[in-house]
Design a protein around this ligand. Structure first.
Ligand SMILES: [Zn+2]
Length: 243
């Protein structure tokens, strides 16, 4: 098993468009295995590479007993039919919001060896293919909601335990201009972790992000401190999560 930690809402990597895969090598096959193992471990319907912090256009899926992956996907819509129903995301754990999607999708791409593939999806599979391809474009499903639904969704996200408790800012010399700024810092890349806070130009604040599985405390943004549980989020939330 090569289960990896999943990046959560607020991590800039989830807002960054992923790059096309150019080399179908052993690294890519390892990534595909990580995506599949992590998706199945979390009970998700799909998982895109940016959710593991990798900016490549690859996702895995597991819908209605059809399991697979797709590299460099391009979507086509054969008709105008739509569906409206609950959608979730492993990067926004435990929360579901009704989302309008196209009912029928044809996804064209490649497998891990570079062979052309086509998946014809309807219903839940079509929803999954659209959701995962959105991830590769740096788009989260809450951005597909109309303004009223999105407002309600953001309220629930801000109230979610994982959103408020996963990252605890212990030292914040200045009130951040935007509420989540220091949380974003905590979720950023190792390179950015070393940088100074653009608000106050001070050194990184010590934060707690105990969803990380690393047992070793590290200094700076994203320091892990006395993790009470090596896995996060705890059981029931994982089981309920999709995508
Ligand atoms: Zn997702």
């Amino acid at each position: 098993m090569t289960v990896q930690p999943i990046r959560l809402f607020g991590d800039p990597v989830l807002r960054t468009p992923a790059d096309e895969v150019k080399t179908f090598d052993r690294e890519l096959r390892r990534l595909v295995r990580d995506l599949s193992d992590t998706m199945l471990d979390e009970g998700g319907a799909g998982l895109a590479a940016p959710q593991l912090g990798v900016g490549l256009r690859v996702f895995s899926f597991d819908v209605d007993d059809v399991t697979g992956h797709l590299v460099n996907p391009v979507l086509e819509f054969p008709d105008e039919e739509e569906q409206d129903g609950p959608e979730g995301c492993l990067s926004i754990p435990g929360l579901y919001f009704d989302t309008v999607r196209r009912m029928n999708v044809i996804a064209k791409g490649y497998n891990e060896y570079g062979d052309p593939m086509q998946i014809v999806g309807t219903g839940m599979m079509a929803r999954c293919l659209q959701h995962e391809t959105d991830h590769l474009d740096g788009v989260l499903f809450i951005e597909r909601l109309d303004s009223e639904r999105r407002k309600a969704a953001m309220k629930e996200i801000r109230a979610a335990e994982w959103y408020n408790d996963a990252v605890k800012v212990k030292v914040s010399p200045h009130e951040p201009r935007r509420g989540v700024f220091h949380k974003l810092c905590a979720w950023s890349s190792p390179a950015r972790r070393k940088s100074r806070c653009p608000h106050c130009r001070r050194s990184p604040t010590v934060v707690t992000n105990w969803w990380r599985s690393s047992p070793v405390p590290t200094p700076g943004w994203g320091a892990v401190e006395n993790c009470p549980d090596p896995r996060w989020p705890p059981g029931p939330m994982n089981a309920a999560s999709r995508c």
